[in-house]
Design a protein around this ligand. Structure first.
Ligand code: PLP
Length: 408
């Protein structure tokens, strides 16, 4: 493999739990010691609030936050650190664009284009913005093989399209979309472009100039960093156009009795105490990934996928989708069969239990609108799930979900 096996030793969780092979980084990654140490060091040596205290600790904390912003800049090839807004994660970044930029601009009859591959976080905010404005949300279809053709995006983008929003890589299929081509087509037709890069910033070099987008969203926790912080990168002119969703401390220039003025972006969009230690952790994660080299990370992912595909191809009854075309580390193969059979074959007790008890399904369009959604979030412990009537009746001689794809 491209990355040495010793990399595993950088992760304290694996030292404590050596039996674990973790394959759920698309949901959240484990954290290397460098990230944990940086956050601990911040709390032990420089902890204070930012942009308000005039004491030394306050200055150090502000410096730490701004240094983290500066670390993001070259990582995604932004022109300026001032194009980097800290949010709580990809979801918040997308909502900020939907409510702070799109909603005030949308008019009845306008259109937003997304795809059937989208995570809920890149679908629901557009649904709401479109519904509230009397605009239309159009979804680019995904083929039965789970592929999305750029030509279909180009066909859907028309003169009324204000924004095209799509995932750089699907969290279900792992297919990497030809983002630069899609972005160019959208911009040529006068539409702005948002790329949900939650699944690519952690896995490959991302260059916002090359992509040609207006907005890019990602989360620290999927790229070895902490939870609670993410990034919205946006072109300077787009940031200038954005309305802050939150008003409060840290974003104000002057406060009057009836009116106040706000700081320039990005600070205008970061009201309240930001995730300071988390920003320090994000910076450490970026430095860790840069030391590995994003090209090496990408090459390693590809090798892992090739290895997985090779081994999975030998499993009877398993069909792989689109594997030969696009590749990334988080592709999930689809198993066809009864609810019980694939689970028994799995060598991962946790996953097997999950499949057995829930008949879990993840599909290319799992996050697409009603009719296709099989499963969303897990109910938090202790919260009563309302009883639902079963829709599908078991067919004679088999389980109700027999013909449905089950994906692990
Ligand atoms: C493609 C994609 N977009 C958005 C999100 C949401 O990220 P977060 O929960 O960190 O806001 C995820 C999380 O899995 C994702 O995979």
């Amino acid at each position: 493999m491209t990355l040495p096996r010793e990399v595993r030793e950088d992760f304290p969780l694996f030292a404590r739990r050596p039996e674990i092979v973790y394959l759920d980084s698309a949901a959240t990654s484990q954290k290397p010691r460098a990230v944990l140490d940086a956050m601990r060091r911040f709390y032990e040596t420089s902890n204070a609030n930012v942009r308000r205290g005039i004491h030394r600790l306050g200055e150090e904390a502000t410096e730490a936050l701004e240094e983290a912003r500066e670390a993001v800049r070259p990582f995604v090839r932004a022109r300026s650190a001032q194009e980097v807004v800290f949010t709580r994660g990809t979801t918040e970044s997308i909502n900020l664009v939907a409510q702070g930029w799109a909603a005030p601009r949308l008019r009845p009859g306008d259109e937003i284009v997304a795809t059937e591959l989208e995570h809920h976080s890149n679908l629901l905010p557009w649904q709401r913005a479109a519904n509230e404005a009397g605009a239309t949300l159009r979804l680019v279809p995904v083929s039965a093989a789970g592929e999305l053709r750029p030509i279909d995006v180009e066909r859907l983008v028309g003169p009324r399209t204000r924004l095209v929003a799509f995932s750089h890589a699907s969290n279900v299929l792992g297919a990497i979309l030809p983002a630069a081509r899609i972005a160019r087509a959208a911009r040529d037709r006068g539409a702005a472009v948002l790329i949900d890069a939650a699944q690519t910033v952690p896995h490959l070099p991302v260059d916002v100039q090359e992509l040609g987008c207006d907005f890019l969203a990602f989360s620290a926790h999927k790229m070895l960093g902490p939870t609670g912080i993410g990034v919205l990168w946006a072109r300077r002119e787009r940031l200038e156009e954005m309305e802050p969703l939150l008003l409060g401390g840290g974003m104000v220039r002057e406060v009057g009795e009836d009116r106040s003025t706000w700081l320039d972006p990005p600070w205008r969009l970061e009201a309240g105490t930001p995730p300071i230690a988390e920003a320090v952790g994000l910076r450490a994660a970026i430095e860790y990934l840069e030391a590995l080299g994003m090209d090496a990370v990408r090459a390693h992912d590809r090798e892992l996928v090739s290895h997985a595909v090779e081994r999975l191809a030998a499993v009877t009854g398993l069909r792989l989708h689109g594997v030969c075309r696009a590749r990334s580390a988080h592709r999930r193969p689809e198993l066809h069969g009864s609810r019980r059979a694939p689970a028994r074959r799995l060598d991962v007790p946790g996953s097997a239990r999950h499949l057995r008890t829930r008949g879990q399904s993840l599909r290319p369009t799992a996050h697409a609108p009603a009719g296709r959604v099989r499963h969303s979030a897990r109910q938090p412990a202790g919260v009563q799930r309302p009883r639902r009537r079963r829709r599908a009746r078991p067919r004679p001689g088999g389980s109700a979900i027999r013909s449905r794809p089950v994906t692990v």
